[in-house]
Design a protein around this ligand. Structure first.
Ligand code: ZN
Length: 122
C-alpha cells in the first residue's frame, strides 16, 4: 500500500495538446446528464445516493483485491459517474464547486502543497 500508482505516461507528455477523447469535469457532467438525467431525476436523490454508495463499496473491493487493473479503473469511473449523477439531480455544477474550493490551494492552509497536520482534512 506504500506505492503510489503512476498515471499513464501519455498523460504527462501531452501537456498543451488536446488529447483525443479528453473530457473536462464539466464535459463529463454534461455527458452524464445527457445519458441519464431523465432516469436520474425520476429515481431521485435518495435512490441515486444508494447507487453511489454501492459503487463506493465496489471500489473498496477492487482496491482490496488489487488483482484486476481494468476492473479497478472501471470502479473509479463508476464512482465518478454516480457522483456526477448526484450533482445533476441536486443541481450542482461540479467543476465550479471543485474550482471554488480547491483550485486556490488547500481550503485550510491555502498552500498548493498542503502543510496541514495529517489528522486534519479540508
Ligand atoms: Zn492544508
Amino acid at each position: 500500500m506504500s506505492e503510489t500508482p503512476q498515471p499513464p505516461s501519455s498523460a504527462s507528455t501531452n501537456e498543451g495538446k488536446q488529447q483525443q477523447n479528453a473530457l473536462s469535469l464539466s464535459d463529463f457532467q454534461s455527458v452524464i446528464h445527457k445519458m441519464f438525467y431523465e432516469k436520474d431525476q425520476s429515481r431521485g436523490i435518495e435512490g441515486t445516493f444508494m447507487w453511489f454508495m454501492e459503487e463506493v463499496g465496489e471500489l473498496s473491493s477492487a482496491l482490496r483485491d488489487n488483482t484486476d487493473r481494468e476492473n479497478l479503473e472501471e470502479e473509479f469511473a463508476d464512482v465518478l459517474a454516480w457522483l456526477a449523477t448526484m450533482a445533476n439531480v441536486a443541481g450542482v455544477d461540479l467543476e465550479q464547486a471543485v474550482s471554488r474550493k480547491y483550485v486556490q490551494g488547500c481550503p485550510r492552509c491555502h498552500q498548493i502543497v498542503c502543510t496541514c497536520d495529517l489528522a486534519w482534512k479540508p
